[in-house]
Design a protein around this ligand. Sequence first.
Ligand SMILES: [Zn+2]
Length: 275
Amino acid sequence: MTEKLACAAIWMAGPELWRVQLFMVASPSFFIYSKNMIIDTHSHLNFKVYDEDRAEVIARSQREGIVCIDVGVDYDTSKKAVELAEKYNNIFASIGLHPTESEEFNKNKYLELVKSKRVVAVGEIGLDYFRNKDKERQKEIFIKQLELAEELNLPVIIHCRNAHEDVIEILENYKLNGVVHCFTGNLDDMQEYLKLNFYIGINGIILKQNLDEVIKQCPLNKILTETDCPFLGKEKRNEPGFVKEVIKKIAQIKKCSFEEVASATFQNAKNLFKI
Ligand SMILES: [Zn+2]
């Protein structure tokens, strides 16, 4: 479809369709934001579990007006995230080595990936003392990647499990911005991250675990919505569209509208990731 035809279609179909059509006419390097957009700041559309029907899953997310940060967990998934971000205008990439992966961290390989303008963050990186007991190795790789983020002037996406004390202590040494993804810590942990100017990543875990008090006390301008798909959904394989359930729940807890939460969190993502 040519741009002129697309514009004509938008004109005829009215506002309901214009968001979808904009996706069709905008190339990745010329992304146009529209009203009512939603952000999923943590998806793994790069995972093999989407190999069969990835294009359909992404098309669904586009129809729903969802912009995704596609997050790598090692070199291969980071590379895939960059490829997807280069191909689809509603996807941006984050590159990094997850603390439970056994890969050796090779900075030069990741630097190659960052040549793409679609890379907006380093992550997911961090510490996981629940699944990986080798604390020293994890810290070493985490620090190397924080230094990489600092060098590249990019925000970080943090994975933290049973390790908030150490993550906070390490982050205090850096002037970095970022998000603590899938936050499940307590109120004190949250306050420490807010002091560091970090955002709090909230996903479908709030439908299973009671994080109401954290959500109540976290200012809306510090919350980022996410799915962590393919994990943490209602179905066996989660998708970006599930972020709407997360937004609904936040709105219910904060006693405000869906639109208020969606637009504030979208703006937060724009501020953090410069998208
Ligand atoms: Zn993840």
